[in-house]
Design a protein around this ligand. Structure first.
Ligand code: ADE
Length: 247
């Protein structure tokens, strides 16, 4: 999968993506990172790509031409159907579901903004584009957000995670938060591992974990439960938990 990243700070992305499973995916060419510096397409000798906002106000706005020319250059060199992602706090909230959708593309363009944001016409002029926000907070640039997007997509590509790190049973993939995890030692600072996990009873462990997932989601992210239809077994476990709360 090829990620084209339009950014003036490629090093910031490389710093965060060179480690662990994502670093390996770059090394073995499962993913390719192609950086494009929009300053290449600046219309002045200083290489600036931003200007003051029409209507006044603080901050600078990224101009259309340098970014649009960068996008056009990438598209001209490719035969793929490309999705373009503009990173801004005004975008749609990024989710695991969105990562799964992006994963289906062979090639993506990620536009990492600085300053106050993009000239709105850039969005109108780009085909197959979405505005994405990684959360309700403002970063000083889109590079960190771009790393988040690239990491979350890459780990879904078959073979990137080892068998023991399957992405299938993780938080959000199932629409529920993940169950709690425990490792050695069995007792630490007087805190014991839940007995069921030592029982060797796989059916009981599976049931316990599912109930924990449902409980955690109910307590911390009720919004996720509202969005998801529960199976019969899941509803039973939730009712069981609610009864326990009443006791
Ligand atoms: N750029 C600045 N803040 C951002 C956010 N929350 N998500 C994506 N891009 C951003």
């Amino acid at each position: 999968m090829k990620f084209n990243i339009i950014t003036i700070f490629p090093d910031q992305l490389m710093q965060t993506l060179q480690f662990g499973v994502i670093g390996r995916a770059i090394e073995n060419r499962t993913i390719e990172l192609n950086f494009i510096d929009p300053r290449e397409f600046s219309d002045n000798d200083y290489g600036s790509i931003d200007d003051k906002a029409y209507g006044g106000g603080p901050g600078m706005v990224m101009q259309v031409e340098p970014i649009l020319s960068s996008i056009e250059k990438i598209k001209k060199e490719s035969k793929n159907n490309i999705q373009t992602v503009f990173l801004t706090p005004q975008g749609e909230q990024y989710t695991q579901k969105q990562a799964e959708l992006f994963m289906k593309y062979n090639e993506i363009i990620i536009v990492s903004g600085r300053y106050e944001g993009f000239d709105e016409r850039l969005l109108d002029l780009t085909e197959n584009a979405v505005e994405i926000s990684i959360g309700d907070y403002v970063l000083s640039g889109g590079e960190i957000a771009a790393s988040v997007i690239i990491d979350s997509i890459t780990r879904l590509i078959p073979g990137v995670l080892g068998d023991d790190q399957s992405a299938v049973e993780e938080s959000f993939t199932s629409g529920l938060l993940d169950h709690p995890h425990y490792t050695r030692p069995e007792i630490v600072r007087n805190k014991e591992v839940p007995n069921v996990l030592l029982s060797g009873n796989h059916k009981a462990i599976k049931r316990w974990r599912l109930k924990q997932s449902i409980m955690k989601t109910f307590k911390k992210r009720p919004d996720l439960l509202k969005k998801r239809k529960l199976s019969k077994e899941e509803q039973l476990l939730l009712d069981e938990y609610l009864d326990e709360l009443d006791e």
